[in-house]
Design a protein around this ligand. Structure first.
Ligand code: URA
Length: 243
């Protein structure tokens, strides 16, 4: 990792620990790391992933191989693993979270921590297995301190999600949690409201539900989440009987 970038991050994270999240000046952080990042990028930088490098890939494996060394945003410098996605490459349903957490960063697989185990149970409660669906995140690399994705990081990473969706061609997307839903839909509408209707993302029907980590904090949300997943099961079965 770049020494200067490391120092900048540690400095700002230390401030955040001492003085709270507000002291973690995101704009400053983003500008500083971007600056350091630009400086160290040579004019012909082989780690730069251009659309030409990944948009022609025709399988998830090829796509993964073409982007796994990505350094297009500063998170590429701090990650342990690039967390691409896991599951059925022909899944009808793709579940999308916001970004990998600590456990996911360590293992290179999305939703493998406590929240992931709960997600597996929720899926099983409506007779889906983890292997039936495809699970991924908007960002493929972990943001420091699990903070929300920054707009620059979303812009850098979202084309990868689009290509994943093009290759999988699912019938339904599930946005897991407020941050994922608001980010994908470019809205500030509340999760409560977003849950009430079917949206469209990348021309695919998308539903929104609670993030499993939120259910660990507030078990009262387990029941409405289960209702959401029962509706998902119904939607899925209707699509399949319809054609
Ligand atoms: N939270 C997410 O949004 N994604 C993960 O992979 C893990 C936790």
């Amino acid at each position: 990792m770049d020494d200067l970038q490391d120092v900048v991050r540690q400095f700002l994270e230390h401030d955040a620990e001492l003085f709270g999240e507000e002291a973690y000046n995101r704009t400053l952080y983003e500008r500083l790391v971007q600056h350091v990042h630009e400086k160290r990028r040579s004019p012909i930088d082989s780690s730069r992933i251009t659309p030409e490098r990944f948009q022609g890939t025709t399988s998830l494996r090829q796509l993964y191989e073409s982007i796994r060394t990505c350094r297009n945003c500063p998170l590429g410098e701090s990650r342990t693993n690039f967390v691409f996605g896991v599951g059925n490459p022909n899944a009808d349903i793709v579940l999308v979270g916001e970004a990998p957490g600590a456990e996911e960063d360590r293992k290179g697989e999305p939703f493998v921590g406590r929240a992931g185990k709960l997600l597996n149970q929720i899926l099983e409660s409506v007779n889906f297995k983890r292997e039936d669906v495809y699970i991924c995140n908007i960002l493929k690399c972990r943001p420091p301190n699990n903070r929300d994705p920054l707009p620059a990081e979303v812009s850098a990473c979202e084309p990868y999600l689009h290509h994943q969706l093009d290759l999988i061609n699912p019938k339904i997307i599930v946005a897991l949690g407020r941050v994922a839903a608001q980010t994908l839909l470019r809205t500030k509408e509340s999760l409560t409201r977003l849950r009430t209707r079917v949206h469209s993302y990348h021309n695919i029907p998308m539903v929104v539900t609670y993030h499993p980590a939120a259910l660990l904090r507030n078990p009262n949300w387990k029941r409405p989440t289960w209702e959401d997943f029962k509706k998902l099961r119904e939607m899925h079965d209707n699509l399949n009987t319809a054609g």
